[in-house]
Design a protein around this ligand. Structure first.
Ligand code: PHE
Length: 338
């Protein structure tokens, strides 16, 4: 009897060993241990055995079941391990994982956004206009005479049509005054183009932010207060500002603004950051002529305007020495501002 069992067990182990997948393994389990399996069938012989043989036969049955169960478990594990190994075959698990690059805002965009936020808190609304402009909006309406050097072919990009790439975003201010009524309180961030020789401090395209506030009784004190606050908000409360008399065709009086740079271990240095001034009455007159009404009559209103290069602000903020780094798209440079 137990001889039978042991050959059954041997057959069962052979069937388990021959199984090449889980399905075959399961078939073997059913064939030996299932309800109609051979070992289950053998256990039926128990009934016909004399009592004294029953314990030994019971023990042999248990051992046969255990042996087969154990072999099935081991084989299952072996099959799974083999399947796992196969699924990563040819893949070098020691290679470093694939990097997922995370983007970040360009430093110019970061400073521009910050400048916009500060000015919006002071009540300036965002305004926009075309980059391809006509001479009226870029120059004539801004009291810039035909022989002004900025209008020269050497300084401005002209199209054959006579249109041009705007040299400043002041043209947006003109377009706004043509459409709105005072008070006008806008900022116009955007690209401006000049035929500058490209070097460490000049590009032929740069990002500008200009502002305009027109209302009754706007004064130079408003201009000064607004811009002093702006530079403190941008560069820190200890930031010193100075207004140097200057000339722009569209403002009178006009100023250039310097801020004092205090770098560690260096003499403090004044550096120019913006142009500004009180809107020249001639500009308001040009607007009246264009609108064909007196809404912006210089007799009733005043205003201030300012314009600054965002690229320059970014260079100051991070101590960038060459403006060209800002447009070269070198991620080794750009990732420092992420
Ligand atoms: N438009 C001037 C420039 O591009 C800046 C400026 C704006 C100056 C407004 C005065 C007032 O340089």
């Amino acid at each position: 009897m137990s001889q039978d069992l042991s050959s059954l067990t041997q057959d069962g182990l052979a069937a388990i060993a021959a199984a090449t997948d889980e399905r075959m393994l399961d078939d073997a389990r059913i064939a030996y241990l299932g309800k109609k399996g051979s070992i289950t069938a053998a256990s039926a012989q128990m009934k016909s055995l004399p009592n004294e043989e029953k314990p030994a036969f019971g023990a042999a049955l248990n051992e046969a079941r255990n042996t087969i169960n154990h072999a099935i478990d081991e084989k299952k594990l072996a099959l799974q391990t083999a399947a796992d190994a196969k699924s990563v075959e040819g893949i070098d698990l020691t290679l470093p994982g694939r990097q997922i690059p995370v983007g970040a805002l360009h430093p110019i965009t970061q400073v521009k956004d910050e400048a916009i936020q500060i000015l919006r808190r002071m009540g300036f609304a965002l305004a926009d206009g075309p980059e391809i402009e006509d001479e009226f909006h870029c120059f004539d309406a801004l009291n810039t005479p035909a022989d002004h050097p900025a209008r020269n072919e050497k300084d401005t990009f002209y199209f054959d049509s006579g249109k041009l790439l705007r040299t400043h975003t002041s043209s947006v201010q003109v377009r706004n005054m043509e459409k709105q009524t005072p008070p006008v309180k806008i900022i116009a961030p955007g690209s401006a183009y000049r035929r500058d020789e490209i070097d460490a401090t000049h590009l032929s395209v740069f990002t500008q932010l200009e502002g305009l506030f027109v209302d009754k009784d706007v004064t130079l004190a408003d201009l000064k207060g607004t811009l002093e606050y702006f530079y403190k908000a941008l560069f820190g409360p200890e930031t010193e500002t100075r207004f140097r008399p200057h000339f722009f065709p569209f403002t009178e009086p006009s100023f250039e603004i310097d801020i004092k740079l205090v770098a560690k271990g260096q003499e403090p240095k004044w550096i120019e950051v913006a142009g500004c001034g009180m809107v020249d009455p001639a500009v308001f007159s040009a607007i009246c002529e264009s609108r064909k009404d007196e809404t912006f009559s210089p007799d009733n209103i005043t205003g201030f305007a300012f314009g600054m290069g965002i690229d320059r602000l970014a260079m100051i903020k991070w101590g960038i020495r060459d403006i060209r780094a800002l447009i070269e798209n070198d991620t080794r440079f750009l990732s420092q501002f992420a």
